[in-house]
Design a protein around this ligand. Structure first.
Ligand code: GLN
Length: 447
């Protein structure tokens, strides 16, 4: 009821949700209360949850921020939605997002931009901006997000909440609309690391319906929440504190690092020499995969179909011209170009080689430290419309987040204060493969 009241009061302004089903939510909450009274002890029973509009959930519209899927009601549930249902979450609604998860500001949604609850002139980050704004505004206790190139961590940082992008393959992609399949990974967004850990316990797990799902033993991600941090080696990558980083963000990150020192951690300076190459290689690989994944939206099987008549080719063309927004079209064209005969070796193969170098950089770093810390973003949230004329300027904001996805590593954002303009600042923690429990414990002990 409290969440629904918050939604009624503020969603009109924030535009964080594209669907709310109060009746369903109240019925589920009543059922959860009854189950609890009858002795059901599931930890997440009755906890209000919002799904990013990218996760298919049977009976819910799943539009992925796109006109293309504006009429699409999911006929089945993603593994993530199934797991959440089985855990007893109460689903309150669906979060707005950048169209097909392409963006860093939530300005690319067919349903209009989401506003940052801390400053309604500012963007909430993206692509999981609706999820982040929803949690920050109290629309639900937790939300699901996806992170292909920072889309959990960056909006979490901009909205002052916690989010973790797990090791690639831990959370099933089955039923999650595909953007760039080798990078996409679902994860939890919540106020605290503890809530993220509880939520990850529900979301993670092997799924034979996802060919890249890892057969990794079930873990309890809350197990290290209070593990002592003495002796922890924190690596600070030189390249993450170089030119371009806002001074107030640098100050907040350094203050957080000092806290960890007081808790017994030691600091090592490390280097991730190929950091700069993360942007060009990501913005080749992600569009390449997107151009292939999005070829399924042809107006034949499901989704939008043009009302104009013509031959089959006209129908495809017109459907896609009407159904996709500008940024999605830009990515499809870039992707088709870098995959085309004659350019494939020069762009796509090169980008894949750089991807390997970036992954190697991280492994060399983890030989010297247990976790890496740094900023999530070079600046705090910008104003809505500010970067509209310059898509490249938005791509450059992803500098600290993309490497994690290219390497398949877990990364998280932890709120560590505010800039003088009142915008939240996030600390990024990057761990080696399967280090989620350790990272969540480190985040949990930040004060
Ligand atoms: N900003 C990145 C992009 O636009 C990240 C998106 C994401 O992680 N889904 O591709």
């Amino acid at each position: 009821t409290e969440c629904l009241a918050q939604i009624a009061a503020h969603n009109g302004q924030l535009n964080a949700l594209v669907a709310v089903d109060a009746e369903k939510a109240l019925a589920a909450a009543a059922a959860a209360d009854a189950a609890r009274a009858a002795g059901d002890t599931r930890a997440m029973l009755g906890v209000p949850l919002i799904h990013k509009d990218i996760f298919c959930h049977e009976g819910w519209k799943t539009s992925c921020g796109s006109k293309m899927l504006d009429n699409f009601i999911a006929p089945y549930s993603s593994q993530v939605a199934e797991n959440c249902d089985a855990a007893g979450f109460v689903v309150v609604g669906r979060a707005n997002m950048d169209e097909f998860a392409m963006g860093s500001s939530n300005e690319n949604s067919f349903y209009g931009p989401v506003k940052n609850p801390w400053d309604k002139k500012a963007v909430p980050g993206g692509s999981s901006g609706g999820s982040a704004a929803s949690v920050a505004a109290g629309f639900a206790a937790v939300a699901t997000g996806t992170d292909t190139g920072g889309s959990i961590r960056q909006p979490a940082a901009f909205c002052g909440i916690t989010g973790i992008k797990p090791t690639y393959g831990i959370v099933s992609r089955f039923g999650m609309v595909a953007y760039a399949s080798s990078l996409d990974q679902g994860g939890p967004m919540a106020h605290t690391a503890e809530d993220c850990a509880l939520m990850l316990n529900v979301m993670a797990g092997f799924d034979e319906r996802d060919s890249t799902s890892l057969e990794h033993a079930k873990e309890d991600y809350t197990r290290d929440l209070n593990a002592p941090l003495s002796g922890l080696k924190i690596g600070l990558p030189r390249e993450y504190f170089a030119e371009g980083l806002n001074a107030e963000i640098a100050g907040a990150i350094n203050a957080a690092v000092e806290q960890y020192k007081a808790l017994g951690a030691t600091i090592v300076e490390i280097s991730l020499p190929n950091t700069k190459l993360a942007i060009p290689s990501y913005y080749v690989i992600a569009p390449a995969e997107a151009s292939s994944n999005l070829s399924r939206f042809d107006g034949v099987r499901y989704g939008h179909r043009t009302a104009k008549t013509g031959n089959l080719d006209d129908m495809y063309e017109q459907t896609r011209a009407e159904g996709f927004g500008t940024e999605v079209k830009r990515r499809i064209m870039t992707g088709a170009y870098v995959l085309s005969h004659g350019y494939y070796d020069a762009y796509y193969i090169k980008a894949q080689k750089i991807r390997r170098l970036i992954a190697n950089d991280f492994q060399a770093a983890f030989a010297q430290c247990d976790v890496i810390m740094g900023p999530v973003t070079p600046t705090t949230a910008w104003n809505i419309g500010e970067k509209n004329a310059d898509p490249i300027a938005v791509y450059l904001e992803d500098i600290y987040t993309l490497g994690v996805n290219l390497a398949g590593l877990p990364g998280m954002s932890v709120p560590v204060g505010f800039a003088s303009n009142g915008h939240p600042i996030g600390l990024q923690i990057i761990g080696n493969y399967f280090a989620e429990a350790k990272m969540l414990g480190i985040a949990h002990q930040y004060q």
